[in-house]
Design a protein around this ligand. Structure first.
Ligand code: ATP
Length: 509
């Protein structure tokens, strides 16, 4: 079950890895806050890399030793160190160097749930956390081993001694110049063994072990969010989303230096987790630091960033206002559209009403137009100025005669329909109907055939209309027959209204 680490031993011993860590320790001694993180899938050797063994010490003891070595070579400053160790277990802070740290239960331990404070300068401090002075490497190593023993571990499918928490070791460096009146510079070196990111199904974690795994995954994703915000140079960095990021607030920002060691598994079955780990660290790597910038340039850069942020906020507010105004205008437009349609509908109905009352006038106009076009054709023909290619052939003359015949048939049919309508409008006026809607319906049913006759291009349709209208004409003229035969409509509503009027009429006569 356990992955093989023989390849790691050969190619990357802890000593090789430490070679990469060394330069950043110098920065810590120079006054920068430094953070060394061991990140990766569970069981890939984070704890081993950080702690090591007695024979082969890990990065943390090596780093502490290196700090003492460097400090001893600095003859212009006096450097002292203090050390603290804590564990973030299920969102709680546990002081690993406290005298009572051996208590396993988090409820009974007084040194649990320590408060995180940020001072006016933005420096993070953990209230009540044990801070021991370490005069030399031997003492420091002793404290470190003590702290390690207090960590919470559990058995999982992947790791027999899986760390169920994040372990943070802090070395605070006090550096004071030998000159009289010189100030003490304080910087921090964090060495962090992060809990392993894990797929709960794979680790087979249940109960409390599963909750621990979930808590670790949550805080790792909070760390990912902070990294993403720093990378995008967002105004707001979500440090407060987890205890881990709250504690590291002053050591993960732009003024600090971060080194992340990624641990991956060599097994094929872990390729998914390996890709996740690598893409996480790729994002972390793309955070731009202020390295190489002078203090003046840094100030300018920060000023510019805050200006741009303000501008962005202003633009966003303007954008909101414009969107609201746009919505208002859209509402107004819809109302206007509705009004327009209502008005137009009424006008349309009025037009229909007018056309139905005066169909003969329109007909006369149509007739006159037809006659004038006839005249025009005759004039053009008699003038004799038609070019040769425009003179009609026998076939075209035949077509023209046929279309003239069709046109005259149409005119005849329109005239007969109009006559019927005149009859109808006269009788309708005499009816003195009170319901205007039924009047409109009646007119509609009569103007339909008229329009159909005028629009239809086929000669059959007018014929049918003529037939219908002649029948209606007959009914109108036939005084002996009852009036109900006079009007027919396909609309059942209109029929009902007509019956009503017919009853009224019969009561009158
Ligand atoms: N380079 C190595 N050489 C020899 N053994 C190793 C090496 N790295 C890890 N191991 C062994 O593999 C096992 C798992 O390693 P370790 O506990 O350090 O993993 P981890 O990533 O810290 O896991 P978790 O996240 O679950 O705490 C341990 O028994 C450890 O001794």
């Amino acid at each position: 079950m356990r992955p093989s680490f023989s390849w790691l031993k050969k190619k990357n011993s802890v000593e090789d890895v430490f070679g990469e860590v060394k330069p950043i320790l110098r920065s810590a001694l120079d006054g920068h806050n430094v953070c060394v993180l061991a990140y990766g899938q569970t069981g890939t050797g984070k704890t081993f890399t950080m702690d090591g063994t007695n024979e082969q010490p890990g990065l943390a003891p090596r780093a502490i030793k290196e700090l003492f070595n460097e400090a001893s070579t600095d003859h212009t400053h006096s450097v002292t160190f203090t050390m603290s160790m804590l564990e973030i277990y299920m969102g709680n802070l546990k002081d690993l160097l406290s005298a009572r740290q051996s208590l396993k239960s988090y409820e009974t331990s007084a040194k649990c749930n320590l408060n995180i404070q940020v001072d006016s300068k933005g420096s993070v401090e953990i209230e009540g956390l044990t801070e021991v002075e370490v005069p030399d490497f031997t003492k420091a190593r002793w404290w470190y081993n003590k702290g390690r023993r207090g960590r919470s571990t559990s058995w999982t499918n992947v790791n027999e001694t899986s760390s169920r928490s994040h372990c943070l070791t802090r070395i605070t460096i006090f550096r004071r110049g030998d000159a009289v009146g010189s100030k003490t510079e304080v910087s921090k070196l964090w060495m962090i063994d992060l809990g392993g990111s894990e797929r709960l199904l794979k680790t087979g974690a249940i109960g409390q072990t599963m909750d621990e795994g979930r808590a670790i995954n949550l805080s790792l994703s909070a760390l990912g969010d902070v990294i993403a915000a720093l990378r995008r140079k967002k105004g707001h960095v979500p440090y407060r989303n987890s205890k881990l990021t709250q504690i590291l607030k002053d050591s993960l920002g732009t003024k600090s230096k971060v080194l992340m060691l990624v641990h991956i598994s060599p097994r094929d079955v872990d390729v998914g987790e390996t890709i996740c780990s690598l893409s996480f660290t790729k994002r972390a790597r793309s955070i731009e630091s202020n390295r190489g910038l002078t203090a003046e340039l840094q100030k300018l850069r920060e000023k510019k960033i805050s200006e741009l942020e303000e501008e962005m906020q202003e633009t966003q507010e303007n954008c909101k206002k414009i969107t609201a105004r746009l919505q208002e205008v859209e509402c107004q437009l819809n109302e206007n559209k509705k009004l327009f349609w209502i008005t137009n509908e009424n006008k349309h109905l009025e037009d229909i009403e007018k056309k139905a009352i005066l169909p003969l006038d329109n007909l006369k106009e149509t007739d006159a137009t037809l006659k004038s076009s006839d005249k025009h054709v005759k004039v053009s023909k008699s003038s004799g100025f038609v070019p040769r290619f425009m003179t009609s052939t026998v076939a075209s003359r035949q077509r023209q005669t046929m279309s003239e015949k069709e046109l005259s048939a149409k005119t005849q049919s329109i005239r007969s329909v109009a006559k019927n309508l005149t009859h109808f409008s006269t009788s309708q006026q005499s009816l003195s109907l009170s319901d205007t809607r039924s009047r409109v319906l009646l007119r509609k049913s009569y103007t339909k055939p008229l329009r159909a006759a005028a629009n239809c291009g086929t000669p059959e349709t007018p014929k049918r209309d003529i037939k219908d209208n002649s029948l209606q004409k007959k009914n109108v003229n036939d005084t002996s027959s009852p009036r109900k035969k006079m009007v027919t409509s396909s609309d059942p509503n209109a029929r009902a209204k007509l019956c009503h009027h017919r009853r009224r009429m019969s009561s009158l006569t």
